[in-house]
Design a protein around this ligand. Sequence first.
Ligand code: HEC
Length: 187
Amino acid sequence: MNMSFYKLVAAMLLTAYANVVYAEPNELVFGKKLYLTIGGYGCAACHGKYANGAGNVGGNIRGASIEQLNHALENEPTMQLLGDALAPEQRGLIVQYLASLGAMPLVEWSIGEDTDIKTQQLIPKQLSQLVVKNDTLVAIAMDLSPLAINQTLHIEPLDTQAVQFVAPAFSVSLQVNGQALQLLVNE
Ligand code: HEC
């Protein structure tokens, strides 16, 4: 057997376990834009850039229903101003976007100054979302190849970035700046 055969097999194995970058349907793009910009500061100011709460006053609202949103817009003093700004159709788009986030198990990682090892549980084969906060004052670049993504995640100081991936069936580890996130799968 010659080299090209092995190359072919290697290529097939890589494709079998390579995460594709998912294109978002239009309604999710519009919902996301509203989520980030409504009222100038967006829902993100109080619920986190990916609706994950991220330590902000509003908390995690991934997967929130239209009833929960309407109720909050009417009763939550800090949200009442947004109530007038959001037509029913726009509320629907935001809820669709929140549902798409709610469908993905959330893996959160905050990168600070200290060397540290953290662990999180993965649900194998589930489309999941990794949300990484850069809590340092220097930009970081994280190699995503352990998640079978042929890409580097760049995060500016104090910014948060996310990436979607299909969780592998085995445990993997991500590393950056002497810190590690171990993603565990019950085997
Ligand atoms: C100025 C801050 C602020 C902004 C902006 C804001 N929220 Fe809230 N939101 C809150 C607070 C505070 C709560 C109550 C949290 C609690 O009780 O734990 C809340 C509650 C909610 C709830 C109810 C959660 C539940 O458990 O029932 C939903 C849904 C929600 N917000 C969605 C949104 C959406 C969508 C936007 C953007 C259109 C938004 N919020 C903008 C502060 C904010």
